[in-house]
Design a binder for this molecule. Structure first.
Ligand SMILES: [Mg+2]
Length: 247
């Protein structure tokens, strides 16, 4: 059961030295990474917190953020499918994508309202992504049921619908990178806002799991242990303040 972040015992945060974070809806306000988020990140960085970006967005967008955001280093894109390290080739963390098959399934499950590929398809190799185009959670869940019948995984975020042959799992990708960084699972906090962040919230996987206020209205198979009072990027700042206060 998810509890307010304000009731998280501070000692639970003292072991945390890495934050794996979703971007859209989690670090953003009105679709942009908010300045208070960057300021909070600066303070957290100075206090020793390592931040790993874990987005459902394309490899192209993730690579740009990894290169240019002040304290970003590596980024995981496409819901855990690809690792981006500036000046190195993208690394596929999942089996190769059966592109034609996924396109066929997308067409079959969509019904009258065709699924519209995202414009970032050129920079995406781990999964296929489509615009939500105003579909409700219930409508997308129905698409998920139809995809499952075809043996295809479908997950969604606040902005996109993703199809893949592998089980998309941001959390599994985070554990792979943390092992390379020498960070143990109990030293990792995770934060997200939507269904495609469920891998970050799986029970007994990470030290502290957090959802932004938006998660209160989601039907989740794996819910975060803690929830911020504030929405989006302001919820992200709320977590950072709690972490800093525990130092
Ligand atoms: Mg999100």
């Amino acid at each position: 059961m998810t509890q307010p972040l304000s009731s998280l015992p501070r000692p639970q945060l003292t072991a945390i030295r890495m934050l794996a974070t979703d971007i859209d809806g989690t670090m953003t306000v009105a679709g942009r990474i908010a300045l208070p988020v960057l300021r909070a990140w600066e303070r957290a960085h100075d206090a020793g917190l390592r931040v790993l970006l874990v987005t459902g967005r394309s490899s192209g967008e993730a690579l740009g953020l990894a290169r240019y955001l002040p304290h970003a280093t590596w980024a995981i894109a496409e819901n855990g499918a690809r690792l981006l390290i500036p000046d190195e080739p993208p690394e596929l963390l999942v089996p190769p994508r059966p592109t034609e098959h996924l396109h066929d399934v997308a067409q079959q499950i969509a019904g009258k309202k065709a699924l519209r590929p995202t414009a970032d398809a050129f920079a995406r190799e781990g999964d296929l992504a489509f615009e939500r185009d105003g579909r409700t959670d219930a409508e997308v869940a129905e698409l998920q049921r139809r995809a499952a019948v075809q043996g295809v995984e479908l997950i969604w975020s606040s902005v996109h619908i993703h199809l893949s042959a592998h089980v998309p799992d941001k959390g599994e990708a985070v554990l792979k990178i943390a092992a390379r960084w020498g960070v143990a699972a109990h030293e990792i906090a995770t934060i997200g806002d939507s269904h495609n962040d469920e891998g970050l919230w799986r029970a007994n996987r990470f030290g502290v799991t957090v959802g932004t206020a938006e998660t209160a209205r989601l039907q989740l198979r794996h819910a975060p242990d803690w929830r911020t009072d504030a929405v989006g990027g302001l919820g992200w700042c709320e977590f950072i303040e709690a972490w800093l206060a525990a130092r």
